[in-house]
Design a protein around this ligand. Sequence first.
Ligand code: NAP
Length: 241
Amino acid sequence: MAKTAVITGGASGIGKQTAIRLAQMAENIVIVDMNIDNAGELIEQLRQSGNNPKAVSLDVTDFDAVKQTANEIKKEFGSIDILVNCAGIRKDGLLAMMKEEAFDRVIAVNLKGTFNMIRHCAPIMMKQKSGSIINISSVAGTMGNAGQTNYSASKAGVIGITKSVARELVSRGVRCNAVAPGFVGTEMTAEFADNRDVLDTIPMKRMAEPSEVAELIAFLASDSSSYITGQVINIDGGMDI
Ligand code: NAP
């Protein structure tokens, strides 16, 4: 049967490269994003490469809307085989200045959004007795980071979700892992792209390409990693050694 991969935050950055990479492994590619207006070119590219792509506009913080989307995907494609939770935001600030809204929204998108997607896709995977879930954490979640209390808490929480879900679903044939990138060259880090002081904090002295992270995600989605679950794999140029 044709495989279906669902990628949140799939219209840009790491999610977009992941969609392109997973198109080599899954026929149906579902791009889920807050704003899919700029996904047209990606959808066309996926169609040209012989895939069956679909773009869905969805706020991952909305529990009921996520449920409806998961059910619609199952109805249209018959299965959900791979789920990649890439949707994420940051609203940085020093602890003493951080507004309540900045904490709540980052937790809502990065942590609750990841929960919502797994909550509604996992039952479909459990029934199939197969599936691979990949969550995007961060070195901010594994190491902490000054100025990112909210983001760091959300990404550490993603690790908790990953390990708990992995334990709970292992007997149902569903795996759940996380990747923890350092700096990746996307919209999210555009302001640091030419900042030598920031790049010098990375032992490899450069940001990752989104395609390098996509390659790791593809490995965790594939049968090549069939004995791996509940793990957090850093891809950070040596930041968190
Ligand atoms: P990006 O290019 O900004 O992509 C994030 C995507 O998520 C955007 O398309 C964004 O849509 C979407 N999104 C935001 N809120 C959403 C919501 N409520 N519902 C659905 N979609 C939503 O950033 P990226 O660098 O690729 O980040 C991807 C993931 O990697 C994030 O979880 C991020 O925290 C993580 N990460 C990134 C880095 C890095 O250095 N770039 C490092 C470690 C971890 P809009 O653009 O419309 O807001």
